[in-house]
Design a protein around this ligand. Structure first.
Ligand SMILES: [Zn+2]
Length: 148
């Protein structure tokens, strides 16, 4: 998303719209864009810098870690905020920053039932695993206590 600095009025600019999915290049990793990026941001120039804040959402198709079925997940970035020092160029491209925030908000272990809209058909090893891990952590702590 390129912003032309000359088009930003003194009181700032509100941008609300859709743009092509900026994370097409990670499709090899089992993540597929399932629609356009939606942005709703305010931007302005202050003190030689461009600021922008607002929210982003990007639907993507992911594979469930439990049942391996594909499902659509909406990556939400409710607190997108950037501050970019301006060094002369007339346009600033927000795409790399938007991309970074989307990737940061991707679920590490996507499950198709995470939003409660469907029931996962896979076994649910995650909870069991988590409990086991917790027990291990505690026993390690107990050992430490015994030593000291
Ligand atoms: Zn599932």
């Amino acid at each position: 998303m390129k912003i032309h600095l000359k088009q930003i009025p003194a009181q700032g600019l509100h941008l609300d719209g859709d743009e092509d999915c900026p994370i097409h290049d990670i499709e090899a990793e089992g993540i597929r864009c399932a629609g356009k990026l939606h942005y709703n941001i305010d931007t302005g120039i202050a003190g030689g810098a461009l600021w922008a804040k607002g929210s982003l959402s990007q639907p993507v198709e992911l594979s469930c870690v439990s049942c391996l079925e594909k499902f659509v997940h909406e990556i939400e970035v409710p607190g997108f905020a950037v501050h970019i020092e301006l060094h002369g160029p007339e346009t600033v491209d927000l795409t790399p920053l938007i991309r970074e925030d989307l990737l940061l908000n991707l679920p590490a272990h996507p499950r198709c039932d995470r939003d409660g809209h469907r029931v996962c058909k896979g076994k649910q090893p995650e909870t069991v695993e988590e409990n086991a891990k917790r027990t291990l952590d505690w026993s390690a702590l107990d050992k430490l206590k015994l030593k000291s």
